[in-house]
Design a protein around this ligand. Structure first.
Ligand SMILES: [Zn+2]
Length: 102
């Protein structure tokens, strides 16, 4: 199903819900420039793959930073400070009714 589609009310009134400029310009025409489901799926899969690569990169870097902090003589204090900051951030987000990152 493409974003352009006809909606029919209970009284039988039909309305085109355009998803592309072509169909908005010519509601009765057959031309539609909306991406197909297969195209939308391909795009979603590409986006998921990109996000996984970014997450892998962030985890890789975070692992090395964490190892370096633990190896530092003040590592425990730094990690405790990071935990306090994270908890304060989560509390602030919660009071502002913002989504929490975890
Ligand atoms: Zn369309």
């Amino acid at each position: 199903m493409r974003p352009c589609h006809w909606h029919e009310d209970r009284d039988g009134t039909r309305s085109l819900i355009p998803g592309c400029h072509t169909r908005a310009q010519d509601p009765d025409g057959e031309a539609c420039d909306c991406p197909s489901l297969a195209q939308q799926l391909d795009k979603a899969r590409e986006e998921i793959a990109r996000l996984k690569r970014e997450l892998d990169g962030a985890r890789f870097w975070c692992g090395h930073v964490t190892a370096a902090v633990h190896a530092h003589r003040d590592g425990l204090d730094i990690m405790q400070d990071a935990a306090r900051r994270a908890e304060a951030d989560i509390a602030a987000r919660k009071s502002a009714r913002l989504p929490s990152p975890r």
